[in-house]
Design a protein around this ligand. Structure first.
Ligand code: NAD
Length: 487
């Protein structure tokens, strides 16, 4: 496959940003070189998007016709799942099982928004005079989508599908480390009859290309997923333009084990919650609170199961913990652990790179569990974004709630218990956007997702996901044949 061209307004062209190596994190080898955009490519992409949204071919296209294009895109992604999975595993290091799941999730996202679009209604509001009143929704225009590297095709789809369903054009900037699959997706989408100009895919550095998209006067909304510091910067730039933004940001999610939890079920869920995707997940359950009465029996079992996890390349069918996205990121994760140990944390397992020739050139890091710290330690406050779990005991419910909510983040939480009323009462008190009870890291495109506090602003997914990419318009139609009385 050739990734040297970028996708600008429906055309493949040589980007003005030059070529960049894509590295396979499993062995450090170059997968391929890919093209990146320059600021002039951003200008061209936005101009093409503006022309395309104004073109009657798209503007007047009826919702069910637009929905057919989205359905075709979903089906084409699914038909291509093997290629996407191989490509994404090479680019991100993730296991083949995970990259397959991400591609299938992207396919479902397009089909879900197609169905939502077909079944969406506008409303007649109650008139308070002799007129008919309608509340309508119009597209915003050109939407900028900026995505991170941790679940590329799925996060691209969660932005592109509802934005197109709403009648917009999209300028997508994928993350530097994982641009291949987004370029590949552009090819799939372009082949399904989407009118030209409605999608551009512009790889490139966030500080240059991301910022150029955010600041461009022709861009009417930004959909961003990434770190909180970047989100804050984007929100500040958006404030100057009075432009809406949707921000899906970082997390430091608490997982809670109550005394009556099913231990085997809880351990399996906790391991999946923190160590799947090698912990590179915004919703990773990275702070574990275990009831003190259970703690001494529970933690050794958790550690034993963690040591048994299979670490290996994403291409090996039995791999559970694949390499991190890059050696640079792996070193950042290792640094977090070193600092925690220097601050007095106890290492229960992991805490380094696996040994053996297989791992020598890859960005591997062992699943790691730390204890002996309190919730105010840096390792409990900062997002590590790697396979690192901190375990802490709690005494009673008031103590638990205080600790769980004592975080700048508010993305997600997990509760393990057999007492549903108690879990429900706890769930209502947690300051987070998503709570999983007796499960973790499960997602449905029909259920809204987003963060509280520093974890974000706005919601993605769900039927209302399309409306979030539109602006409202009220229309009054006079029904009274006589002139207005004042005149
Ligand atoms: P990041 O913030 O460094 O980068 C995200 C994207 O923003 C990239 O495409 C990057 O190039 C771009 N970018 C960087 N600086 C920019 C700027 N000044 N202006 C515009 N764009 C800019 O994040 P990352 O390291 O790629 O991803 C990891 C982060 O994403 C973690 O904090 C994680 O929690 C978060 N995340 C959140 C969710 C969620 O839904 N809440 C999902 C996945 C990841």
């Amino acid at each position: 496959m050739d990734f040297t061209k970028i996708f600008v307004g429906g055309d493949w062209r040589t980007g003005r940003g030059g070529l960049v190596d894509s590295i396979n994190p499993a062995d450090g080898r170059v997968v391929t070189r890919y093209g990146t955009a320059g600021v002039d490519d951003v200008k061209d992409a936005v101009a093409a998007g503006q022309r395309a949204v104004a073109d009657p071919e798209w503007r007047a296209m009826l919702p069910h016709q637009r929905a057919r294009i989205l359905t075709r895109i979903g089906d084409a992604i699914e038909a291509d799942v093997d290629t996407i999975s191989v490509l994404q595993t090479a680019d991100t290091g993730k296991s083949r099982a995970e990259t397959r799941a991400l591609a299938l999730s992207a396919a479902s996202t397009f089909r879900y928004f197609a169905a939502a679009l077909e079944t969406m209604d506008e409303s007649l509001t109650s008139p308070r005079g002799r007129y008919l009143t309608l509340s309508l929704h119009e597209p915003i225009g050109v939407i900028g989508a900026i995505t991170p590297w941790n679940s590329p095709i799925a996060s691209d789809a969660q932005k592109i599908a509802p934005a197109l369903a709403a009648g917009n054009a999209v300028v997508l900037k994928p993350a530097e480390w994982t641009s291949l699959v987004s370029l590949h997706l552009a090819g799939i989408i372009a082949a399904q009859g989407l009118p030209k100009g409605l999608l551009s895919v512009l790889p490139g550095p966030g500080r240059i290309i991301g910022e150029a998209i955010v600041r461009h006067p022709g861009v009417g909304k930004i959909l961003f997923t990434g770190g909180t510091a970047t989100g804050r910067r984007i929100a500040a730039a958006a404030a100057e333009k009075l432009m809406p933004v949707s921000l899906e940001l970082g997390g430091k999610s608490p997982t809670i084990v109550l005394p009556d939890a099913d231990i085997d079920q809880a351990i399996a869920g906790i391991l999946f919650g923190i160590f799947s995707s090698s912990g590179q997940s915004c919703i990773a359950g990275s702070r574990l609170f275990v009831a003190r009465s259970l703690y001494d029996a529970f933690v050794p079992r958790l550690v034993e199961r963690t040591k048994a996890l299979r670490v290996g390349p994403g291409t090996a069918p039995d791999t559970q913990v694949a390499p991190l996205v890059s050696t640079l990121h792996r070193d950042t994760v290792a640094d977090f652990v070193e600092r925690a140990l220097a601050d007095g944390a106890t290492l229960l397992c992991g805490g380094g790179r696996p040994e053996g020739a297989l791992y020598d050139n890859g960005a591997y890091y062992l699943p790691t569990i730390l204890a002996g710290v309190t919730n105010d330690a840096a390792i409990c406050r900062e997002e590590v974004f790697g396979p690192v779990l901190v375990v802490m005991p709690f005494d009673d419910e008031a103590d638990l709630i205080a600790q769980a909510n004592d975080s700048v983040y508010g993305l997600a939480a997990g509760i393990w218990t057999q007492n549903f009323p108690r879990a429900y009462a706890l769930a209502r008190q947690l300051e987070v956007g998503t709570v999983w009870i007796n499960t973790y890291k499960q997602f449905s495109i029909s259920t809204p997702f987003g963060g509280w506090k520093d974890s974000g602003l706005g919601r993605e997914k769900g039927r209302d996901g399309i409306r979030a990419h539109m602006q409202q318009k009220s229309v009054y139609v006079g029904l009274d044949p006589s002139p207005l009385p004042w005149a």
